[in-house]
Design a protein around this ligand. Structure first.
Ligand SMILES: Nc1ncnc2c1ncn2[C@@H]1O[C@H](COP(=O)(O)OP(=O)(O)OP(=O)(O)O)[C@@H](O)[C@H]1O
Ligand SMILES: [Mg+2]
Length: 604
């Protein structure tokens, strides 16, 4: 064995590169972040061969002075922090001073730069750790960095790179994350000479739409909350947009894209009630907090963080997003109480926006307007042809068309029942137009929320049956009844064994229908048997209650009177998360008079 010795610089940097520059996309991330740290407002990226062959980035940032060019490529050289104190409150994207040195160790790197003071630019080249003397270059103010043949000198590493298209896909994802984090900056991306993205500086809502598409915005609710020194802003998609993979989850902490267990758990939980468990939520969320409350120096690629108060962050994320997703309609309806009348914020507009799409896209009043305009513009661009200038009618109506039908004052957002369609839908009229409600789905959601509230308050109210219902049961069910009396009582059931294969149901939850009592009791028993009482009441609680709700709700083909229909509409307005059934399907939607007019080509 040889004696202990210091490693040469090039090898040290190549080792570091293994961590920092895992693939072209990681180099792209470091380079784009450097450009942002340099105050660039325009960043152009060109890739060839998935970024392996060539990765070129040009920015209009403050540039690097001639005599600092070589320094920028050295390890532990940074302009961003100078002390531990700085490290603990770092506000720039970079701070380790190793990204460029790592890249220079594993690729042929050219760095050209020009500051505002320079008469022309200067350029240095680094190959195998040797940095050339600066030579003049024709470079506008800003910095251009070229990386060629990534990992050309570390073949073992190069072998791990995947096909060009896979490497490009990773670069594309990196590009999108950074572009989402800074809508105020213009970005472009080319691959093999083809323009993939061309994004002007724009509002956050426009940027999200540009990157995730209109359907995301249309299916999303806005999230916005400030509490103490935490702030969360962004859009969270309703289940209609949910994905079977995690590809639309963008979570940023102080502008940095982050994958974090605490945050994912909180967000997942916020969606728990409205999302099928095999689907993934979709969101773009920005969490901002004082830098000293979060440690970003945890991971070489800075893609993880550690929160000082992770419990508090969890709570904050969970509650904020859950509330945004449930957005009970009662909150958006201006109730004519004195308090509401005196408080402008409590009554946001005379015509609260509460259709599924309308809820989705507001970042406060000013931006809301921009949002509506945005969806409109983009729909128009999609081939609806040019609209008249100055006519800013949104893609879906925000303002009410004057209704030819005299309606009572807008007291109820879901309006008044007109009738039932095919025993499945309730048709109702509100000031905006027509409301169509999926009767079963809506009722199921109401019952479910009520069951949940009741169980949270100790127990679900039971109603004794005049004549107990007796039915056949497996011996295991009978045993479960004997063992789980307490839990069954909490769930509103009074069951007693009559024989080893017979059970009697003596009381059942008040709000459930008797006709399905037997099936429901058996399902509850099966759940208790499979998961045990404590799990059934904790992690399985929602599934259990959803099963009960499903059996209890009005079936299709059940005729309802107008009074019953109106009662259901009123209950929906009072129920949290009434916009989706327990399986995440919508429970109702609105067709505005505008939509109908369009369909009949009126007013054209
Ligand atoms: N595009 C750029 N424009 C202006 N200066 C730059 C640019 N890229 C890098 N620099 C300068 O070079 C220095 C080294 O960059 P490098 O990315 O290696 O380290 P860092 O950004 O300070 O830290 P980290 O390793 O965490 O990214 C930076 O501190 C900055 O001063
Ligand atoms: Mg950097």
């Amino acid at each position: 064995m040889s004696s202990i010795h210091l490693l040469p610089d090039l090898l040290i940097n190549q080792i570091a590169a293994g961590e920092v520059i895992e693939r072209p996309a990681s180099a792209l991330k470091e380079l784009m972040e450097n450009s942002l740290d340099a105050g660039a407002t325009d960043i152009a990226v060109q890739l060839e061969g998935g970024g392996v062959k060539l990765l070129r980035i040009r920015d209009n940032g403050r540039g690097i002075a001639k005599d600092e060019l070589a320094l920028a490529l050295m390890r532990h050289a940074t302009s961003k922090i100078a002390s531990l104190d700085d490290l603990q409150r770092v506000a720039s994207m970079g701070f380790r001073g190793e990204a460029l040195a790592s890249m220079a160790a594993v690729a042929q790197l050219t760095l050209s730069s020009r500051t505002a003071e320079d008469a022309h630019g200067w350029k240095v080249e680094a190959i195998d750790g040797h940095i050339s003397e600066p030579i003049p270059s024709s470079q506008p103010q800003g910095t251009t960095i070229e990386l060629r043949e990534l990992y050309f000198n570390t073949p073992a590493r190069r072998k791990f790179l995947k096909t060009d298209s896979t490497e490009f896909a990773h670069c594309d994802e990196t590009f999108k994350r950074i572009a989402l984090s800074r809508p105020d900056v213009a970005f472009s991306l080319q691959h093999n000479g083809k323009t993939i993205w061309q994004l002007p500086a724009q509002t956050i809502v426009e940027r999200i739409a540009a990157i995730l598409g209109n359907d995301f915005g249309e299916a999303a609710v806005s999230v916005e909350r400030q509490a103490a020194n935490l702030s969360l802003q962004g859009l969270a998609a309703l289940p209609a947009y949910s994905r079977s993979s995690r590809d639309a989850q963008y979570f940023f902490v102080n502008g940095r894209f982050i994958r974090d267990k605490v945050a994912s758990h909180a967000l997942r939980q916020a969606y728990q009630d409205i999302l099928h468990h095999q689907r993934h939520p979709a969101f773009v969320l920005f969490l901002d907090m004082p830098p000293e409350q979060v440690d970003v120096n945890v991971h070489p690629a800075k893609s993880e963080v550690r929160f000082r108060e992770s419990q508090g962050i969890h709570q904050f994320l969970f509650h904020t997003v859950q509330e945004a997703l449930s957005s009970p309609m009662k909150d958006s309806v201006p109730q004519q109480t004195d308090a509401a009348a005196n408080d402008e914020s409590a009554a946001p507009s005379p015509h609260p926006s509460y259709t599924l799409q309308q809820q989705g896209i507001a970042f406060g009043a000013a931006q809301r307007q921009a949002t509506y305009r945005l969806w409109e513009t983009q729909t128009a661009e999609k081939g609806e042809g040019e609209r008249e200038k100055g006519k800013t009618e949104p893609a879906f109506d925000v303002t009410l068309p004057s209704s030819p039908f005299p309606l009572p004052a807008q007291e109820h957002p879901l309006g008044y029942a007109l009738g039932q369609l095919s025993g499945v839908y309730i048709l109702a009229q509100n000031a905006q137009g027509l409301i169509v409600v999926d009767m079963h789905a809506a009722h199921e959601r109401i019952v479910y929320e009520r069951l949940k509230a009741a169980l949270d308050n100790e127990r679900i109210a039971a109603q004794p049956l005049l004549i107990p219902v007796s039915f056949y049961a497996e011996p295991l069910d009978v045993a479960t009844v004997e063992a789980e009396q307490e839990t069954l009582h909490r769930l509103g059931f009074d069951l007693a064994p009559l024989s080893p294969t017979q059970l009697a149901l003596r009381a059942m939850p008040t709000m459930l229908k008797q006709s399905e009592a037997e099936t429901m009791a058996l399902e509850v028993l099966r759940e208790l048997r499979e998961y045990g009482a404590s799990r059934a009441l904790t992690e399985r609680r929602n599934e259990l209650l959803a099963t009960m709700a499903c059996h209890a709700s009005v079936r299709a083909n059940h005729a309802l009177s107008i009074t019953e229909m109106n009662a259901l509409l009123r209950e929906m307005e009072q129920t949290e998360r009434a916009d989706q059934c327990n399986h995440g399907r919508p429970t109702w939607f609105q067709m505005t008079m505008g939509d109908l007019d369009k369909m009949f080509m009126r007013g054209k």
